[in-house]
Structures are given as C-alpha cells and as structure tokens.
Design a protein around this ligand. Structure first.
Ligand SMILES: Nc1ncnc2c1ncn2[C@@H]1O[C@H](COP(=O)(O)OP(=O)(O)OP(=O)(O)O)[C@@H](O)[C@H]1O
Length: 607
C-alpha cells in the first residue's frame, strides 16, 4: 500500500485531474443508476391494467428522492394523459439519461487518461533523470538490462495496473453505493442478505491472489534478464558469430524465455480465476434472489410487486459489474506494485557523487592538479596505494606500466568519477570535494580507448562537445582532428549517420571524430587513453598527429600504450600495482634502468 501511495505522488498535482474526474463520475453514476430505476415506471406503464392500481414508489417522494418524484410524476401523467403518452415520456427520459450517463462517462475517462499519462510522464522522467545523475560506479555494479527494463517495461506495467486501479478505486465503490442505495430502497431484507456475497468473494479472491506478488516480482526480474541477454547479444553479435556461439546464446535466451512464459502463464491463471469465482458467486446470489423474491410475490407476502422485483434483479445484475472490476484490479495490481517497487528502487538510489552544500564553482584551471597520498579500493581490493604526484599547468604527463596497474583508475579520479578511499586530490589548491562537479568536468576533455559515439550524424557527434558551436567551428575542429577529409568523402558528409556506437566507421575514423569532439570543447585539461596500437600505420599516424595537435598548449594526462609517442612528455609516471614505481622524463628513466627501460626494450623488441 505504501508503494501504491508513493507511486501516486508522481500524479501531482493530482487534484487538478481528480476533482473534475470525481464530479463527472458522480454525474455519470447518477444518470446510469437513474436509468435502471426507470425500468419500474416503464413496466408499470405497460403491464398494469388499471390506472387506479398504479401505486409505485410514489409514497417515497421526498425532497431528496428524484426517483420517487419521477414515479409520482409518471403516476400523475398516466392518470391525466393516459398510458401511451406516458410511455413516450418515459422513453424520452430514458434516451436523455443514456445520453447524459455516457457523456459524463466519456468525460471521466478523458480526465482519467490525462491523469494516467501525466503520472507516467513524471515517473519515467524521474527514473531517467535519476539514472543519469547516478555515479559511474553504479553502472559497473548493476546490470544494464535491469536498468533498461525498469525504465522501459516496468514503468509501463505501473501505468497498466496502478493507474487503472486508481480509476476503479475512485469510481466503482461510488457506483456500488448508488446501486446498493436503490436496492435497499426496494427491499432491505433481500439486499442485506445478497450483499453477503461481497466479503465472501473478497475472502476467496484474496486467497487466490496471495502468491501473485512474489510471482510478479520474479517475472519482472526474468524479463530484465532477457533484455540484458538481448543487449549483450546485439552488442557482441560479431564475437558470437565468430565463435560459433549462436546456438549457445539462443538456448540461454530460450531457457529464460520459457521460465518467463511459464511464470506468466501461472500468474494469468491465478488472476483469471478471481473473475469467474466472483461471477459464479454473483449468479448464485441472483438465483437465490429469484427464488426468495419470486416466492414472496407468488405468496403475495410483503410489498414486493412484480415490476419492483424485475427492477431489483436488473439492478442487482449491475452490482456485479463494479464488484468484478474491483476484484479484477486487485488481482492484477500485484504485478503493478512489484514493478513499482523495482522502479522506485531506481528512483531512490542516491548518487554517491554529489556537490557539497557549500561547494564553489571552479573558475578555470590556472596552476596544477595534485594527488596527495591517494588510496583507492574496488570493494575490498586495494587498487591504488599512497599515490602522490603533481601535474603542472601546461605539462604533458604520461602514465605507463603493466596492464591492470591502475592507470585508468587514476584518470577516472580526476573528473571525480570516483572518490579516493583516503588522501586528497587538489585542482588549483581546491580539494576536488569542495568544488562543484560540473565545474570540474568543464575543465576537462576526454578521449577514450574505445571511441564512445552516439547513433547520430557525424555533425551532431562532434557538436556534442560544445552544443552552441557554429558550423564553421565544427568543421575547423574536424580539420584539426584530421577528420574533415574522410567526412567529406562519406555519403552525406557531416550529416552521415554513423550507426550504433559508430559502427559504420573504421576504428581510426571513430577516434578522430572523438578527437574532433574534444578539440571543439577546447577544455584546458585533456585526459587521454591512447589506443593507437589497434590501428594500422597510416591511420595511427593520422590519429597520433591529431592527438599531438589536441595536446598542444594544454595540460594533458595521457595513458600511453605506444611508448614511442610519449618520449617528449614532461613527466612519465610508471605505475605498477597501484603505485608510482618510477617517475621522470624519458632520458632519466632510461638511465634508471628500471621498469620503464624494460618496457621500452620489450616494445622495441616486439616491433
Ligand atoms: N569497476 C571495477 N570493479 C572492480 N574492479 C575493477 C573495476 N575496474 C577496474 N578494476 C580493477 O582495477 C585494477 C586496475 O584497473 P585499471 O583499468 O585502472 O588498470 P590499467 O592500468 O588502466 O589497465 P590497462 O592498461 O589494461 O587498461 C584492475 O585489476 C581491474 O581488474
């Protein structure tokens, strides 16, 4: 229930939709109920033989009783103008009622639809915004498929059940109260007895749907797994095919698919059981009413006339509608609540990296970036140990060392993707934790080892670095990045779509687009994870040249895999097992005859 109300907070301002909804719903229900009570006068008009015997409900005509008033009016018209004329009047009123009941019902559905769409919009926005604000570390721990299915599918399930339950919760009890009011006015005894069906069927149904909640949770998790498989399979389709693993992947997906389908089958069976149970109970009660009421009429006991009795049965058959709607929605709400729990879990995940209350914005970069006794862990594993170094403004500092030593982790700490476990990082003598995240990241540009591009045009991928740049600036950046010529040769030039993750471009082309993006952003600090080793000689030369231009007149921290490219770096830090084991420029390190020299010798030997 808590989850349900929490989900409803996304409907704010709910009163904007709920108040008009309730008003028109009351009107729709009033006309709908009135319609059934008109059956009485209609039957009386047609079937009673003498005008004088007409005695319908006229005695109940008080100021607050429109039905009674109408019946009194019918009696009066029959006596004054005759039956045929009265029949026409009653039929005209029926048509009017049908029209009004449906008109208000239509309006109520419109208001409810607005509320539903509005809630869904807010919920989806809240989930997506929160996901975007989460820290990088969250994404390496959580499965991507799970996040996608929460945003895409679970939110939809919430709409399908939670908001439609809202409609049921507002409308059906109200309708039920109106019907029961009229039923009570016809026969208190019959009504009290027949209404016993509500708690009885409620009890049976609650037993049936008890297990649904857990099954619904399992079902959403299973769906998320399938989305995860799909995402991975699409991303890795080349490798899957190259390793002839298609059948293995198919069967992995199939197993999950079967599990999911079976679970849904079981859930649907349970859900569907609720409706026949309540309907059967309802029919049993109607049979009882026919037996009991019919006997009363046959024996001429009480004041139940045949026409009143028919109205009663017609009305009672309608009582089952709201009861059925209520039981249906209570049996399906579990799925919505389970989906809601998953969605809220994501909304409630707090980003670990947030600005301090009194964080100040960093105004430019003027002096240095300094690591002081920095330690960093992934879980329990220490990755960086007592790391201290300084990068002065304008310097090019290279990080080299064996794979897994912690170079990328060091680079990730600078834009504050992670915080150190202990120790501090300073930028211009401000602790990174004391300045705003946005202002830190404004000072930095990144070119990654794997070129991260979006499925969009080349132009839009470059301008991502500076959304307000002019076309000339974009072209200039592409020229500096040695990308302009190849872009001009593509089918649509700068408007060419580069496919998913830039799949339609070569590795070198992708890198040059990434470099152009960074050039355009023109930040004072550049963080580079060099990946030229994967390129052929010519492409590598173009990329290397573009990188050199990118680093010109800038402070750069570069992870170098090709050691030949960093011989002119101002400082080289050799990182092994999370520690700086050597530092200095190329010639000092060569003279040291340590790890750097060995790495250089190894690369020279290999090449
Ligand atoms: N998200 C993560 N969760 C747990 N461990 C991680 C995570 N990312 C990296 N590691 C571990 O941290 C260590 C350092 O990784 P890092 O990527 O910083 O090394 P690197 O020196 O950049 O390696 P390479 O040169 O191969 O890119 C590795 O042992 C790696 O297994």
């Amino acid at each position: 229930m808590k989850t349900y109300f929490r989900l409803l907070t996304f409907a704010k301002p709910i009163e904007k939709y709920a108040i008009p909804y309730i008003l028109v719903t009351i009107l729709a229900i009033f006309f709908n109920t009135f319609l059934f009570t008109l059956l009485g006068p209609l039957l009386e008009t047609i079937f009673t033989s003498k005008s004088s015997t007409i005695s319908l409900l006229s005695d109940k005509s008080t100021d607050w009783d429109p039905v009674g008033k109408f019946n009194a009016y019918v009696n009066y018209t029959i006596v004054t103008y005759g039956k045929e004329y009265t029949l026409k009047i009653v039929c005209a009123v029926i048509v009017g009622c049908v029209f009004l009941a449906n008109f208000f019902r239509y309006l109520s559905q419109r208001f409810m639809e607005d509320l539903r769409v509005h809630t869904l919009l807010n919920l989806r926005k809240a989930v997506f915004n929160n996901v975007m604000d989460l820290h990088i570390g969250y994404f390496s721990n959580e499965k991507k498929g799970d996040i996608i299915s929460k945003v895409a599918s679970d939110v939809q399930v919430v709409q399908g059940t939670v908001t439609s339950t809202l409609q049921v919760v507002f409308k059906e009890p109200l309708q039920l109260i109106f019907y029961i009011g009229v039923l009570l006015s016809i026969s208190v005894k019959l009504t009290l007895f027949s209404l016993l069906v509500i708690p009885v069927s409620g009890f049976i149904i609650s037993k049936i749907v008890k297990r649904l909640k857990q099954q619904a949770m399992e079902s959403h998790e299973s769906f998320a797994k399938m989305i995860g498989f799909l995402d991975e399979a699409l991303g890795g389709i080349r490798i899957i095919k190259a390793f002839n693993a298609t059948e293995r992947i198919k069967s992995k997906f199939h197993n999950e698919n079967v599990f999911y389908s079976n679970l849904n089958k079981k859930m649907a069976r349970r859900q569907q059981l609720a409706s026949p149970v309540s309907q059967t109970l309802g029919v049993l009660v109607v049979v009882f009413i026919v037996l009991y009421g019919g006997t009363m009429i046959l024996r001429a006991q009480g004041d139940l006339t045949p026409s009143k009795f028919l109205v009663y049965i017609a009305m009672f058959s309608q009582v089952m509608q709201p009861i059925k709607a209520l039981t249906d929605s209570f049996s399906s709400i579990h799925s919505g609540i389970a989906a809601g729990v998953r969605v809220l879990e994501l909304v409630d995940t707090k980003p670990e990296m947030v600005d301090k209350k009194d964080a100040i914005p960093l105004k430019g970069f003027n002096e240095s970036i300094r690591f002081e006794h920095v330690y960093f862990n992934y879980g329990d594993r220490e990755i960086l140990t007592d790391l201290s170094f300084t990068v002065e403004k304008g310097q090019t500092v290279a990080l080299v060392g064996p794979s897994g030593g912690g170079k990328s982790t060091i680079i990730d700490l600078i834009p504050r993707f992670h915080d150190p476990k202990s120790g501090n990082i300073f930028i211009d003598n401000h602790n990174l934790k004391d300045v705003t995240l946005n202002s830190i990241r404004e000072q930095m540009g990144t070119v990654n080892q794997e070129s991260i591009l979006f499925n969009d045009s080349i132009y839009n991928n470059i301008i991502f670095g500076k959304p307000d740049a002019s076309r000339d600036e974009v072209i200039m950046a592409a020229k500096i990045a040695n990308a302009h010529d190849f872009i001009e040769n593509t089918e649509d030039g700068y408007e060419t779509n580069i496919g998913d993750r830039g799949g339609k471009l070569s590795g070198g082309q992708k890198q040059r687009i990434c470099i152009a993006r960074a050039v355009l952003a023109n930040p004072p600090v550049m963080l580079l994870d060099e990946a030229t080793s994967a390129l052929d000689t010519e492409s590598e030369k173009l990329v290397q040249d573009a990188l050199n231009k990118l680093m010109e007149n800038r402070t750069s921290i570069i992870i170098a895999h090709r050691l030949s490219t960093i011989q002119h770096a101002d400082k080289i830090l050799v990182i092994e097992n999370g520690k700086v084991v050597e530092s200095g420029n190329h010639s000092t390190l060569m003279n040291n005859d340590g790890l750097y020299r060995r790495l250089i010798d190894m690369q020279t030997f290999t090449s």
